[in-house]
Design a binder for this molecule. Structure first.
Ligand code: CU
Length: 178
């Protein structure tokens, strides 16, 4: 009885704190599932509101699954991609001055291949219903991507969101296993 009371008291006091800690640990685990260990080992982990969940030692930043998107879309981004994400989320201008890579090895959310802000399929927005693990590449100038495939049908890399500030190359890794 006494022991039970003690355990109960411990639980009541421990739960709110461990709930937050678990949430933080879950977010870190989600973020780190986006890239290989060589990237994630030293990566900074941030939440989408910019809260630092874990300090890092390299130039990579990993973010957990976005809570309001339908798919599982944690990502590890380098500095050019962070600029991209900031511009995309805040709809502000940004300039890319070197090639950048982003890892999304957990997959992503269904999205349009041509309309960055589409929320569902339409007759002509090339809806991609089944996200696959992928690496993303951005370049300083869209002209560098001239001649590359613009749809995933061929099974290799393709240019997504062409003609928009968010244009990038999607490099699918369908067989990738962590
Ligand atoms: Cu992606």
């Amino acid at each position: 009885m006494r022991r039970a009371t003690l355990i109960l008291t411990a639980l009541v006091f421990a739960l709110p704190i461990s709930g937050i800690a678990q949430d933080k640990e879950a977010k870190i685990a989600s973020a780190l599932s986006a890239a290989p260990a060589s990237i994630t080992e030293g990566a900074t982990v941030k939440d989408w509101d910019q809260t630092v969940l874990r300090e890092g030692t390299n130039d990579w930043t990993c973010l957990p699954d976005m809570p309001d998107s339908p798919g599982n879309d944690p990502m590890c981004l380098d500095e050019p991609w962070l600029k991209w994400a900031h511009g995309f989320l805040n709809k502000t201008d940004f300039e890319i001055d070197r090639i950048g890579f982003g890892y999304m090895l957990a997959g992503g959310s269904p999205e349009s291949n041509v309309d960055p802000f589409a929320e569902g399929p339409t007759a002509d927005n090339e809806w991609l219903a089944e996200p696959v693990p992928h690496v993303m590449m951005i370049v300083p100038d869209e002209a560098m991507l001239e001649g590359l495939p613009t749809t995933p049908e061929g099974g290799g890399p393709w240019v997504m969101w062409r003609g928009t500030p968010y244009v990038h190359v999607m490099i699918p890794l369908p067989e990738y296993k962590m």
